[in-house]
Design a protein around this ligand. Structure first.
Ligand SMILES: Nc1ncnc2c1ncn2[C@@H]1O[C@H](COP(=O)(O)OP(=O)(O)OP(=O)(O)O)[C@@H](O)[C@H]1O
Length: 524
């Protein structure tokens, strides 16, 4: 190893899919002892780059060097042997096995010692006896990161690791990145969150359309230079709340939305209870009434009933008690398809496993549950009509896709999310929309567009339930915010209240419960 050599040097890297370049002549240098952020819009090529470094994809042309030595991994095992660990956007854990069983599959000598080292060095601990499928998404991500750290990598590549993490977990992860860099290693951190990059990164490279759009030391670039590199034009058009959230402007307080004028209840839960297998309440006698045209935000630490609430609305979980009504009609016993027909749009948190069918085409995914209208004589699918409708939706929602007939699996993570959102927002009628983390993994331009679409849906009279880990998002969009805490919905908090953040923070840890109504207010 040459001491002054870059930890990673990428030269003229290219990779195409069916003639379309995903990476088009990338040059990138990661210096040892640094956290190097890779930024860029959805479909820019960030994951493809990570895969090339992590050995899960072989580039068409170009070279890589690791600490001054040629490095050409053909498979992930080559990367691991060279000291490169990659944490993917999609988890690679076996859900039915425990954490420990998953870690033992690595066949590392001295696993217990290595786990103790990771715990002592980074303060990262995992519950060895828990089954992966029982763990919240953030805890699964933690296991993936521990798995990577067990091998003491000299280059750690993290593909959008913080999308699923709460603020405290994100802080812990960013601190871990810093300790790896301080110990002389290097970290490549892919993120959409500018604040995070500016806080934790030393340098950045911005990708756009498979090319390097710019980069340099983060302290010099700042949000003002980075955002135009990322979105390809000046950031003036961004919504002021979003511009404030990414540090481009002074933070702005939420403003009152114009009432839609729609009347009545869009979505109502009445005394809804869900018990977990261990007898505890995932949802505890929840009452919630969302008026037509109203946006209700749900904050809260993950694992306080939000997942069950979404599964319940999606129809994959039946309540132990209580009833659900859509536009005044009881849908408690209705299956997912009947709810879709009745006008309930659901954007699940785990778009990859629940929101779409990766093997089907993009056009089919855009019309899941409504493919019937493209059948001729009720049987054969009119593929041309389906492709035309798919192409329209792709254009309208800015989905970066090879075409409507390409498989969903060919889309980048953020573009898959756009497909799921486009499909649910296109329901006709759309009586209510329940969306969990709708902007997770989306670039700044796309977040802006999704916020606008959610506001439009409410303006057209839909009631919106918005579950989000992003407080800025909840405050910018919601008419009122409730906080999920141990299966109950506490609050409401008015987002225009100057103390809204503090109040939500208190409710998230259960403080102030005594003053809050035990049941969420039914009144908007
Ligand atoms: N298996 C594949 N087949 C065809 N095209 C693909 C495949 N994988 C990726 N692509 C295309 O390559 C381009 C880059 O995708 P990539 O996943 O690297 O983007 P990204 O920057 O990570 O996006 P995101 O922020 O949404 O995760 C996209 O246009 C995507 O559609």
């Amino acid at each position: 190893m040459t001491p002054a050599a870059p930890a990673l040097e990428i030269t003229s890297l290219t990779k195409s899919y069916g003639g379309a370049p995903a990476l088009d002549g990338i040059d990138l240098v990661v210096r040892p002892g640094t956290v190097h952020c890779v930024l860029g819009e959805n479909g820019a090529g960030k994951s493809t780059l990570c895969h090339a470094v992590g050995g899960s994809l072989v580039p068409d042309t170009g070279t890589l060097a690791l600490y001054g030595r040629p490095y050409a991994p053909r498979r992930p095992a080559d990367a691991l042997a060279a000291g490169v660990a990659l944490v993917h956007q999609h988890f690679s854990l076996i859900p039915t096995l425990t954490v420990e069983q998953n870690l033992r599959l690595l066949r590392l000598p001295g696993l217990d010692r290595a786990l103790a080292r990771v715990r002592d060095t980074y303060g990262l601990e995992v519950r060895s006896d828990a089954r992966i499928e029982e763990l919240p998404v953030a805890a699964r991500q933690q296991v993936e990161i521990v798995k990577a750290l067990l091998r003491s990598p000299r280059l750690l590549v993290l593909d959008e690791p913080t999308g699923v993490l709460g603020p405290a977990e994100t802080d812990a992860l960013l601190a871990t990145c810093r300790s790896i860099a301080d110990a002389g290693g290097a970290v490549v951190l892919v993120t959409h969150k500018l604040g995070e990059a500016l806080r934790a990164g030393d340098e950045a490279t911005v990708l756009r359309g498979g090319r390097v759009a710019g980069g340099g030391p983060l302290a010099e670039l700042g949000a003002r230079h980075l955002v135009p590199m990322m979105i390809g034009h000046a950031a003036d058009s961004l919504d002021p709340a979003l511009a404030g959230a990414v540090g481009l402007a002074e933070p702005v307080a939420a403003t009152a939305r114009r009432a839609s004028g729609a009347k009545g209840s869009a979505l109502a839960l009445n005394g809804v209870t869900v018990r977990r297998p261990d007898g505890t309440h995932a949802l505890d006698d929840v009452d919630l009434d969302i008026a037509c045209g109203e946006i209700v935000g749900i904050a809260g630490v993950e694992g306080n009933g939000q997942s069950e609430l979404m599964a319940l609305l999606g129809g994959s979980l039946a309540p132990g008690g209580g009833r659900i009504a859509l536009g005044g009609r009881d849908v408690t016993g209705a299956g997912p398809a009947a709810r879709t027909r009745a006008g309930l749009g659901v954007v699940p948190e785990d778009r990859h496993h629940e929101g779409c069918v990766p093997e089907l085409s993009i056009a089919e995914n855009l019309h899941l549950g409504r493919l019937g209208r493209f059948r001729r004589w009720g049987v054969a699918l009119d593929r041309a009509a389906l492709a035309r409708a798919g192409a329209d939706a792709i254009a309208a929602h800015g989905i970066r896709a090879p075409g409507p007939d390409a498989p969903m699996s060919a889309l980048s993570g953020g573009n898959q999310q756009k497909v799921v959102l486009a499909r649910e927002l296109a329901l006709d009628p759309l009586v209510a929309l329940a969306a969990a983390q709708p902007t997770r993994g989306l670039d700044i331009g796309a977040v802006d567009a999704v916020h606008a679409r959610i506001r439009e849906a409410a303006a057209r009279g839909a009631g919106v339930l918005l579950v989000s880990a992003e407080l800025d998002e909840l405050l910018a969009l919601s008419d009122r915010v409730l906080v999920a805490y141990r299966g109950r919905l506490l609050g409401p908090v008015d987002p225009r209240d100057p103390d809204a953040r503090d109040r939500i923070g208190e409710l998230m840890v259960g403080a102030g419960r005594a003053q809050a109504p035990a049941r969420a207010s039914a009144e908007p």
